[in-house]
Design a protein around this ligand. Structure first.
Ligand code: ARG
Length: 588
């Protein structure tokens, strides 16, 4: 469906033309003074310069031509030359009826869908998920769902950190603890055990222990680096251990991401880039894209217009080991080959921006990606505690994601049980759903690039700009619809009639903004715009609800119209929160 602003713009453009001015001045936008009008056109001001005429005269000419418009009920020229517009109630109601009938609630699907690979999550195998991994999961999932709603083909890849030094550390520590294992016997020729030599809990203890030990002991660190190198070059026993680590750790990660309602199409990782690395290195050398610097192989990426120093992208360390940039470049080779994407989006902490500048420039310069493959970095800010410092546990340690989610659920559970007769089991279920909305909305309602304060008290509140408030509003609509359905046998979808009150019209106007909001959120990869919209929609609905008797309305046609509008409102809410990555319970 055409967006309202475009429909009204066309009318204004025609009116400008009929008055003897160029059509281009007729652009209409949402009003920034909702107390005065709903849409506005400032074109008369610009036209005044072109035609050397007072803007108010031009506005007056245009307004005269719009008197018989079907879509506009009220149009006024006000000093110094604004054109203030109110939409006709019937036009708005018709628009709602069309939205109800259209697929995707009237949002036009992209004519040429893109193939997008989105790299988010980025968990590191064998290390517990901590809050640092929360933002990428939440934002990435939402960006993915928005693009899918627009019709793009989107492939989400978790891109695990599964190939670096941490693997060497674990192998080294394991060897120290259990040297008798066959993985460490170079002569061993049999089948390695199927069972992993550790549990997930042991694994999570091994990594930090080894990491701390290596910092104090150089020979141990050397051994871990050597183990990393051997693993990357196909050592049999180490590869078998690595597979155990992967199986145990990935099963645990899957459970954690499922709890967050985050899911990936691809469970690939840095290790999947390995097969492409030797050939890539050969190519980079042969084409003279890379050079040796102090024994290390690097690609120069600085450009003349740089205002700060951009160091070369490191491809191989002097000991031959590959690095973070190496796997990211080789992963791009794989992505081009397997998925031929129009765009690759990375949702990563903004402190990694320099790394991605290096990788993107290297990929372009070396033609690892096609000329027109878009590479996008969505860098997000830090999640801080109330003290303004990165979020920590009460004891000051790194907060595990599971614990954070558990805390929020517990908090939600307490609130739901307060003064309410509800079964414990149901309350637990609802607490999980509402708790997730608190976390995700709390995050997504901020512009991604900004740091924000993770304020549990505020995020879990049922009032204000929060996830629970949005869900509460949806549940309220569901409950009205359910009550209505109990008393009526006829289908509840009917025709929406023109608004009879201010609050009804205000709600209708919010509903009509859906397509333009989603398009804009898509173009700017900005889930926070959807949050801002659902908040406005919730406020508009609640105002209407408080001022209107819906279930007690005696005029049956009127009531049917209200109910149909509620149905549409609910569908819009549900589409929006689905794009944000959470859902609403039946009651709360
Ligand atoms: N594993 C990395 C980390 O925890 C994030 C990976 C981001 N994606 C990428 N393609 N580099 O910092």
């Amino acid at each position: 469906m055409k967006k309202i602003a475009d429909i009204i713009s066309e009318e204004l453009e025609k009116a400008f033309e009929e008055s003897g001015y160029e059509a281009k001045f007729g652009k209409v936008t949402l009003s920034n003074r909702p107390d005065l009008c709903e849409y506005q056109c400032n074109g008369a001001m610009a036209a005044a310069k072109a035609y050397k005429k007072a803007p108010i005269m031009i506005a007056g000419d245009v307004v005269e031509k719009l008197q018989n418009s079907r879509a506009i009920s009220d149009v006024e020229a006000v000093n110094p030359g604004f054109i203030n517009i109110k939409l006709s109630e019937q036009f708005v109601a018709d628009y709602l009826n069309e939205m109800s009938e259209e697929e995707h609630l009237g949002l036009e699907q992209k004519a040429e869908p893109k193939t997008i690979v989105i790299d988010y999550g980025g968990a590191n195998v064998a290390k517990p998920l901590h809050v640092g991994h929360l933002r990428t999961a939440i934002i990435g999932e939402s960006v993915k769902r928005i693009a899918r709603f627009m019709g793009d083909k989107v492939i989400g890849d978790v891109h695990l950190g599964d190939w670096g030094y941490q693997m060497g550390l674990i192998i080294t520590e394991l060897k120290k603890r259990k040297p008798e294992l066959p993985y460490f016997d170079e002569e061993f020729a049999g089948e390695y055990p199927e069972e992993a030599p550790f549990t997930i809990d042991e694994l999570e203890e091994i990594y930090p222990t080894a990491s701390a030990y290596a910092k104090e002991h150089d020979d141990y660190k050397e051994e871990a680096l050597q183990a990393t190198y051997l693993l990357q070059n196909g050592h049999k026993g180490y590869t078998a251990i690595w597979k155990h680590i992967m199986r145990v750790s990935v099963a645990d990660l899957k459970k954690n991401y499922a709890n967050l309602n985050v899911d990936f199409d691809l469970w690939k990782g840095e290790s999947d880039a390995q097969p492409y690395i030797p050939e890539m290195v050969e190519y980079l050398k042969k084409e003279n894209y890379a050079r040796y610097d102090d024994g290390a192989l690097v690609i120069d990426v600085k450009e003349e217009t740089d205002t700060k120093e951009i160091p070369p992208c490191m491809i191989l360390k002097s000991d031959g080991a590959s690095l973070y940039g190496t796997t990211d470049l080789a992963t791009l080779i794989e992505r081009e080959k397997l998925y031929n994407p129009d765009e690759v989006i990375y949702v990563v902490d903004k402190r990694q921006e320099l790394h991605f500048v290096q990788v993107f420039r290297s990929a372009r310069k070396t033609h690892i990606v096609k000329e027109d493959t878009k590479l996008t970095f969505i860098g997000f800010g830090t999640m801080n505690g109330k003290d303004g410092k990165p979020f920590k546990t009460r004891e000051g340690g790194v907060m595990r994601l599971e614990n954070l989610i558990g805390d929020i659920e517990e908090r939600m559970y307490g609130k739901i049980m307060e003064n309410r007769a509800i079964e414990e089991e149901e309350a637990r279920k609802i607490a999980k759903i509402v708790g997730l909305s608190a976390i995700k909305y709390g995050d997504l309602s901020n512009q991604a690039s900004k740091d924000y304060v993770f304020d549990i008290d505020r995020f879990t509140s049922f009032e204000g700009n929060t996830g629970p408030y949005i869900l509460y509003t949806i549940v309220r609509i569901k409950s009205i619809l359910a009550k209505y359905a109990e008393t009526k046998t006829s289908p509840i979808r009917a025709v929406v009639k023109k608004a009879v009150s201010d609050s009804e019209k205000a709600l209708m106007l919010e509903i009509t903004k859906f397509n333009s909001v989603i398009e804009n959120a898509y173009e700017e990869k900005a889930p926070h715009k959807i949050c801002a919209y659902v908040y406005e929609l919730a406020n508009a609905f609640n105002r209407f609800y408080h001022e209107t008797k819906i279930l007690a309305e005696e005029n049956e046609e009127r009531q049917k119209s209200f109910i149909s509008m509620l149905l549409l409102t609910k569908e819009i809410f549900e589409a929006c929160i689905d794009m944000l990555g959470f859902e609403a319970p039946e009651r709360m």
